[in-house]
Design a binder for this molecule. Structure first.
Ligand SMILES: [Zn+2]
Length: 459
């Protein structure tokens, strides 16, 4: 049965259809408030549709004559949210949607809200937010986020006293609210030695690293191999990097009209690959895409989740593709990995230990419990399984063998000599007979001493 919510607005009756789990989150939030909780953090996975929930809560508050202050941290979000809120029937006489910076500068001019709703609440430990909370201590505080944690230290428990968890990302995929995905990781650059500034990799170090590893050409290669022709968003580490990767590029400095124009062309399918730096981040209304490429190493789980899941908007029969060229998955796990959230400050012991395993043949990244690659059918050996568990991706310089090993399976088609094929086979750890098969397939001459072996193999 579908849940309908009707709200009387001054001008018209609005009808918004809520998914059952969204309604459930609203009910649980309401319950907590009834029980006297004053600051609640609501966790809902990316793509779970939190703005409708926020809109319904805001509408219900304004209907009762309560003033709502809704704070966002990016200008672009104000417009989007206002549209959703209008649809939900929020009374804008009593609700204002504001940028956090604007609010914190005009605190004395703002009418006292009964409810403060914070979007992307993982930011709420920042001083600008605290200033607002401190100014209105009696307001009920609601925060929404997909990742209730923050770079560096500090738990959201300093701001919120209660945590409500919505359905998980895995549930959203299984229930067809998000598209399933394939995750490929081809590590082309190593973050060892990269400095960390304020909990995140140093921008200029990362830019240099990308440059040194000539990662941009490889980005194009991997796109062609795994997602050719698919609408793709590439997340780069720096503006320079983004421009290098070719395709169309957008960043915060891109003129607004030009930005709209490029996004329009992307939506219309006239542009297939869009590179950007931190633009299509939180909540920003990114056009639908089928593939994302991660070319920016990050220590932020929030950023990782937002970027990697950008291609997962649901469409029937769609499978999203995630191509991770910077090993982010080894830091953060797969996007739908079960995670335990807490409002407590992060301890340095790995709280959510990453457990993934990579198929050596097709580079697909799978949960560590996988015995068979769901992509290519490769069977993991016991020993490999043990190795995967203690892999933890130690960062080191790549040797020529490792570079070869990191090449995609199809790389063999570019090989023209028997010896080179043998090197590739060794690096990959395939059986020797594979070399014979592939040389026969490609018409590469095989030394006579293998004639007997070929006879036995029947090739
Ligand atoms: Zn595989």
């Amino acid at each position: 049965m579908k849940d309908y919510y009707k709200i009387m607005n001054k001008t018209e009756v609005k009808e918004v259809e809520l998914r059952p789990y969204q309604q459930d989150l609203i009910n649980r939030t309401r319950q907590q408030i009834t029980q006297g909780k004053k600051s609640i953090c609501v966790v809902l996975g990316c793509g779970g549709g939190k703005s409708v929930i926020q809109g319904m809560i805001a509408a219900s508050a304004t209907t009762k004559g309560n003033r709502v202050l809704f704070i966002v941290h990016r200008k672009e979000l104000c417009e989007q949210i206002t549209d959703t809120f209008r649809m939900c029937g929020v009374d804008f006489e009593l609700c204002s949607v504001e940028m956090v910076g604007t609010v914190s500068r005009r605190l004395d001019k703002i009418p006292t809200p009964a409810v403060i709703i914070t979007d992307e609440a993982h930011h709420s430990l920042a001083a600008t937010y605290r200033k607002i909370y401190d100014k209105f201590p009696d307001a009920i505080r609601l925060g929404f986020t997909a990742t209730p944690c923050r770079l560096g230290s500090g738990g959201l428990g300093e701001i919120f006293d209660s945590l409500i968890e919505g359905v998980s990302t895995k549930w959203l995929i299984d229930s067809h609210y998000l598209a399933p995905y394939k995750y490929y990781s081809i590590k082309l650059a190593d973050v060892k030695g990269v400095r960390v500034t304020h909990g995140e990799y140093n921008q200029s170090d990362i830019a240099q690293l990308m440059e040194k590893n000539m990662i941009y050409g490889s980005t194009v290669d991997e796109y062609i191999r795994l997602a050719n022709g698919k609408r793709t968003i590439v997340y780069c580490a720096s503006v320079e990097a983004s421009k290098h990767t070719a395709a169309e590029h957008l960043d915060g400095e891109t003129d607004k009209n030009r930005r709209a124009n490029i996004i329009g062309q992307f939506r219309a399918g006239q542009i297939t690959v869009l590179c950007n730096v931190d633009l299509f981040g939180e909540g920003f209304d990114v056009p639908d895409c089928e593939c994302v490429m991660l070319v920016r190493p990050t220590k932020s789980l929030t950023l990782y989740i937002q970027q990697s899941m950008r291609s997962m908007r649901y469409k029937p029969d769609k499978t999203a593709i995630i191509i991770d060229l910077v090993a982010n998955v080894y830091t953060h796990g797969l996007p739908d990995e079960p995670r335990e959230w807490t409002l407590k400050a992060k301890r340095h012991t790995a709280q959510n230990k990453v457990t993934v395993r990579q198929c050596p043949v097709c580079f697909c990244v799978l949960p560590s419990t996988s015995k068979i690659c769901s992509e290519c059918g490769y069977e993991f050996q016991k020993q490999e399984r043990a190795e995967a568990e203690q892999l933890d991706m130690e960062m080191k310089e790549l040797t020529p063998e490792e570079i070869l090993k990191a090449k995609p399976y199809d790389y063999y088609k570019d090989i023209s000599t028997f010896d080179e094929m043998k090197r590739f086979q060794r690096a990959k750890g395939y059986k020797f007979a594979w070399v014979i098969h592939k040389c026969v397939e490609l018409g590469i001459s095989i030394p006579d001493k293998y004639n007997n072996m070929r006879r036995i193999m029947g090739v």
